[in-house]
Write a protein that binds this ligand. Structure first.
Ligand code: NAP
Length: 306
């Protein structure tokens, strides 16, 4: 049986990582780029390069722009959370009836916004702990093994194409509790990333601020429970400590965004959490204070604070 074409919106770090592995497994892939200028730059490079365990390989994956008329049956949205809604709105008319849309965005908020835009499609939320970065334009380094948890917030059954991910060597697991997974990752992020930015430090250096981390974890647990995600709260403090120890030498993703002058995904991480807490009438003084300090810090750095 012929495989369905994978359209990949956003040929950045994670989009490139997925596209290259699917193409390497012989599966049909199309990249969707912003506009003609990016398409020309991509074609001039002759394809997408993946570096994995010291091996570099270029895959001549065909690409198109958002305006291409080709219908889309399976779409992987791999742009940042703050770009996802606008980008998907541009290609929504191209989605075939019954199309499937996989959302790779970190945090929460963008998934619901996209799902509301494309009610004719089935949305699958993905929580990824894989790590990748761009060493050049259209060139991706697979920097950290991890897992991809996939799930359907409306509890429909697992799609049949998960075996394509297996064939492509993309570590994955279907979960009936994808929202709990996303909330859990959001909470871990809120406990660690903003503090690394404000203390200008690697993850491990938060061990010197164990009191602050502990207090934040207590509040996060209370907020998760209050927002109806008690499962995501279990053992949070212990996991935060484990992550800090296991990634002691690393800089958090938010730290890296700030230090490289890139926009952060704050509105979909700490921002989302504070607003959700308020909506549910939960007390979150430490998280709100942390958010205010982070926003102030971003403004001082001349970075967007939304
Ligand atoms: P990234 O490297 O910045 O890539 C984003 C890509 O989206 C860029 O190639 C960008 O195009 C493209 N894009 C943005 N707007 C677009 C539009 N309107 N049309 C077409 N393309 C558009 O970001 P990333 O690191 O892959 O992150 C993607 C998501 O995955 C984020 O939510 C992130 O938090 C999450 N995530 C990332 C990692 C990781 O290790 N990288 C791990 C877990 C989760 P240009 O190239 O033209 O700028």
């Amino acid at each position: 049986m012929k495989s369905t074409l994978w359209h990949i919106l956003g040929a950045g770090s994670l989009g490139g990582l997925w596209a290259a592995r699917l193409a390497r497994a012989g599966l049909p892939v199309r990249l969707i780029l912003r506009h003609e200028e990016r398409l020309k730059a991509y074609n001039a490079k002759g394809g997408l390069t993946l570096s994995e365990q010291g091996q570099r390989q270029t895959f001549p994956i065909p690409a198109q722009t958002l305006d291409d008329p080709q219908p889309i049956v399976r779409l992987l949205v791999a742009c940042k959370a703050y770009d996802a809604e606008r980008a998907v709105a541009r290609i929504a008319p191209r989605l075939a009836p019954g199309a499937e849309v996989l959302l790779l965005q970190n945090g929460l908020g963008s998934q619901e916004a996209v799902a509301a835009l494309v009610s004719q499609a089935r949305c699958i939320f993905v929580s990824s702990t894989e790590g990748a970065f761009r060493d050049e334009d259209f060139s991706v380094v697979f920097a950290g093994q991890g897992a991809n948890w996939l799930g359907d917030a409306q509890q429909r059954p697992a799609p049949v194409w998960l075996d394509e991910l297996a064939a492509a060597g993309i570590a994955h697991q279907w979960t009936p509790n994808i929202l709990d997974r996303l909330w859990r990752k959001l909470a871990l992020n809120c406990a660690i990333n903003p503090l690394t930015v404000l203390h200008d430090c690697r993850n491990g250096e938060l061990q010197a601020h164990a009191g602050d981390v502990g207090a934040l974890c207590d509040e996060l647990v209370a907020v998760l429970k209050c927002c109806g995600h008690a499962q995501a709260a279990a053992g949070l403090h212990e996991e935060v400590n484990r992550v800090i120890a296991a990634t002691a030498a690393n800089y958090s993703s938010m730290y890296q965004d700030v230090s490289e002058g890139r926009r952060t995904e704050i509105s979909y991480l700490l921002g989302y959490l504070c607003i959700a807490a308020e909506r549910h009438g939960c007390q979150a003084p430490l998280l709100n204070r942390l958010r205010e300090r982070l926003i102030k810090h971003l403004k001082v750095k001349g970075l967007p604070s939304d």
